[in-house]
Design a binder for this molecule. Sequence first.
Ligand SMILES: [Zn+2]
Length: 224
Amino acid sequence: MTGRRIIRLGFCNLALAILLALNSEVLASDPAAPSVDPAEALNRLKAGNERFVQGKVGDHKSVLDQRTATAQGQHPFAIIVACADSRVAPEIVFDQGLGDLFVVRTAGNLVDDHALGSIEYAVEHLGALCIVVLGHQRCGAVTAALEGGSAPGHINSLVRDIQPAVAASKDKPGDALTNAIHENDAEVAAKIRKEAELGDLASKVQVVEGYYNLDTGKVELKEH
Ligand SMILES: [Zn+2]
């Protein structure tokens, strides 16, 4: 093989590598998508939750249109870190459609490395700048942590990670469970602010604590 041919093959491989890299970047991030300002994102969430509270939800384009519109790319305007509780589905309580919210859910709305990686991806590649940590009334995971002791299997890792919030809130006046839920929200939000690696976008991101009231459907958002 001649030297010129080797060089030409090398160039082809380089060109292919660049093409693949560009293509995967386009698929991953879709740079044409404008980011929604956190204040605007919070307004959309508040308006959607108000519709949910009033029971006037679902005034979206059809699910078929939503599916078609989002099939080739996603541009969620907010990240919701919610408890996995079946009654706290963010798309429903904020009355949003397919592709509107990037949702990370675990019992107790905890964040581990996988959750932090998911958040970083949504910020850096999808342009979502508003993060809501959504705890809720009568959370079973926080209740288990409040009761103390150890839980079976991997449930114990949830309880263990919530117990610092229980300890930090134990002397506060009022309902111990509600206080622990709020403290857990605050600690998870603080962890995201401290540990999520968001690069230049860190200063543009807003992390907000939310508390969902099962009785009323209302989400209280605590903006700092
Ligand atoms: Zn819960």
